[in-house]
Design a protein around this ligand. Structure first.
Ligand SMILES: [Zn+2]
Length: 190
């Protein structure tokens, strides 16, 4: 298959000593993310695999929506980010510089994800928070960039890709949740 243009310099002398001596980055997931997920998803899986009940009122099973259904619910940018793990360009999103008081919800399923009180100016061009709301986001090791393991952040209810979390955030958590505006919807406080 064709390479992505991000091939590392494998030619012997070009390989940095760092890459050879560093312990496996696979072990560097922050401890706070290792605990089992306690999702607040309602009900249990029904014995029937058929999605016939989806139209009934109440909670939808967002994880079973088809790609076409997501496309029809979202803008192209929202779809690319949340369902295809895209990244919006820095300083272009709707919320990177927003200081409005309120709650940031998942654009896909409306789950509240971040409070504006935990938002801070990271200088990155993406909305950044030091703490999510409860267990409403989950995380996962992302090895999509070779030699650069990152921790992906997803909506715990609908699996929407939100962004990544890093360990260089401010107190009290030291975390930096670097989130795409396109995955969020701000509900301002009245
Ligand atoms: Zn969601």
């Amino acid at each position: 298959m064709a390479t992505t243009g991000f091939a590392p310099p494998f030619a012997g002398k070009l390989v940095s000593p760092l890459l050879r001596s560093k312990p496996s980055p696979l072990l560097s997931i922050p401890r706070s993310f290792r605990k089992p997920l306690s999702l607040r998803v309602m009900g249990s899986a029904s014995s029937s695999q058929r999605p016939e009940k989806l139209q009934e009122a109440g909670k939808s099973d967002f994880t079973s929506l088809s790609e076409d259904e997501w496309k029809s619910r979202l803008t192209e940018e929202q779809y690319k980010v949340t369902r295809q793990k895209g990244t919006e360009r820095a300083f272009t999103g709707q919320y990177w510089n927003t200081k409005t008081t309120g709650t940031y919800h998942c654009i896909c399923c409306d789950t509240p994800l971040f409070e504006s009180t935990t938002k801070f100016d990271s200088g990155t061009g993406w909305p950044s928070y030091y703490e999510p709301i409860g267990n409403n986001v989950k995380s996962k090791l992302d090895m999509s960039i070779i030699f650069m393991p990152r921790t992906e952040v997803l909506c715990a209810v609908c699996d929407a890709h939100l962004g990544h979390v890093f360990d260089d955030g401010p107190p009290p958590t030291g975390k930096r949740y670097c989130i795409n505006s396109a995955s969020l919807k701000l509900i301002p406080k009245e």
